[in-house]
Write a protein that binds this ligand. Structure first.
Ligand code: GLN
Length: 489
């Protein structure tokens, strides 16, 4: 048995039956990282030694009966934009190359409280801006299905590490698609929760009204388990909502009879790759056979979602990134004549080109002369997008679309064309604009064997509905049993 092939719920079962120990599991993962990292380049920081030491300590406590907890000793990987006390949090930027946070993000506190084991910090596009992980200052992560392809982004390190069995599961963050799109490219399961369900405290902010942390896992059951852990009100995040605690694993019923699935025709038109379309059509057929009702709906405002997203996201980013000036936070230039030059050189040298582009764009749309024409207009369209989704959910329980218009593309093929890169998120951004939950699950592969992702969107705080729909599909189609990454060179 290869330990690293197992899902987390399978690992838990083996631990319970004493077929595996905590130290064995952690060792299997650190060995796997050791073996695969040169090909995949998923990590910014590997915590192998620390993890194995922690595993020994936790194992001892568990054996003595001092520790119970179902997740004790389960390893995890963390996207490198979540603050981890004592361990670098770089956001894959030169600006934060040596930044060690003095505190833990709320999600990390929860992980530590369960005595889980952090395997390390995962690569991403700089400050989570990008769709391929090529905009990392440190390295380019590769797609485990084909090493010449991107893993998607910005949580590309997280998705690739899960797909390559270097971590059993991981946390990512999603502002416009950064959990779902890389999960789709890497053939794993990625969930962006409803805005406000998971605390953003300690997540380095990109666009605060859109950012959410969520799980990237091998299957839907693990996704529900990890959501159980991270969801919940946090007084340190004023946008986090107070709601009754739900056990999301309980909603996995393997039954979609009578479920109304809306299919918006706008997401199946021009620009969507033919093989992606065909695979999605087959998936719709599968849902029909499983007893779901398919309803055609219209989301015609969706065509404005991308433009709206890039105005709002850049505006918020330009404000959020103001703190990185070489004085309060981040990289400081070596030589400068005066304060102005210190700011200018620190920011010029510390940020990469995509981050600079967004700061400039964001500052422009917020400037007094253009505010009404761009930022205010975008906020108005945002309301229209929300209304359109509300109308859609009057007719159906779940909305089904492709996660991305294409499968993973070649490394280098879009990195010099920002507009083309932005199009990779055309199917995901509207979900963030409306603050809704969305999950991506694998639904097939193309001719070259690259995974295709299906996105299921739910109404606000209806994670249970999309998780059950995803789970039922997964049980019927068994993607993980039929397809495995090949590490093709
Ligand atoms: N690719 C999108 C962007 O570059 C989404 C990023 C994200 O979700 N963090 O903004």
């Amino acid at each position: 048995m290869d330990i690293t092939e197992l899902t987390v719920h399978e690992l838990q079962e083996k631990l319970k039956k004493k077929e595996l120990t905590i130290t064995q599991i952690t060792k299997a993962y650190t060995d796997r990282i050791n073996e695969k990292e040169k090909d995949i380049q998923a990590f910014v920081t590997v915590l192998a030694e620390e993890a194995n030491k922690q595993a020994e300590e936790i194992e001892e406590k568990v054996n003595k009966g001092e520790l119970k907890g179902e997740l004790a000793g389960i390893p995890i990987g963390i996207k490198d934009n979540m603050c981890t006390k004592g361990v670098k949090t770089t956001c894959s930027s030169r600006m934060l190359e040596n930044f060690v946070a003095p505190y833990d993000a709320t999600v990390i506190e929860k992980i530590n409280k369960e005595n889980m084991i952090d395997l390390g910090k995962l690569n991403m596009d700089e400050f989570a801006m990008g769709a391929s992980t090529e905009y990392s200052y440190f390295k380019k992560t590769r797609n485990p299905w084909n090493l010449n392809k991107v893993p998607g982004g910005s949580s590309g390190g997280s998705a690739a590490a899960v797909a390559a069995n270097m971590v059993p599961w991981a946390l990512g963050s999603d502002t416009g698609g950064s959990i779902r799109q890389p999960s789709s490219f890497c053939g794993v399961v990625g969930l962006k929760p409803t805005y406000g369900l998971v605390s953003r405290y300690g997540l380095v902010a990109f666009a605060s009204s859109l950012d959410q942390i969520g799980p990237i896992t091998k299957d839907v059951y693990d996704s529900a388990m990890l959501l159980n852990l991270i969801a919940g009100h946090d007084e340190k995040d004023t946008t986090s909502e107070k709601r009754e605690k739900i056990d999301y694993t309980k909603c996995l019923k393997d039954d979609v009879k009578g479920l109304k699935i809306g299919v918006p025709k706008e997401f199946f038109g021009e620009g969507i790759n033919q093989e992606v379309k065909e695979s999605l059509e087959k998936s719709i057929q599968t849902y029909k056979e499983l007893g779901a009702e398919i309803i055609e709906i219209s989301l015609d405002i969706a065509e404005y979602a991308l433009a709206t997203y890039y105005i709002i996201a850049c505006a918020e980013a330009s404000s959020n990134l103001g703190r990185f000036d070489g004085i309060r936070y981040g990289y400081r230039t070596k030589e400068f004549k005066n304060l102005k030059e210190l700011y200018k050189k620190s920011r010029s040298e510390g940020f990469g080109p995509e981050v600079k582009r967004r700061i400039i764009l964001g500052t422009y749309v917020l400037s007094s002369g253009y505010y009404d024409a761009y930022y205010k207009k975008a906020q108005q369209v945002r309301t229209l997008v929300m209304n359109e989704f509300n109308k859609g959910f009057e007719k159906c329980d779940v909305i089904l679309t492709p996660t991305s218009p294409t499968v993973a593309f070649d490394i280098g093929s879009k990195s010099n064309n920002p507009l083309e890169m932005y199009l990779a998120d055309i199917c995901t951004v509207s979900v963030n604009i409306a603050g809704l939950p969305g999950i991506s699950i694998p639904c097939g592969v193309d001719k070259e064997g690259m995974p295709i992702g299906m996105q299921l969107i739910g109404n606000k705080f209806c994670e249970e509905t999309i998780l059950n729909a995803a789970y039922t599909f997964e049980q019927a189609t068994k993607f993980r049993e039929n397809y495995k990454p090949e590490f093709k060179k």
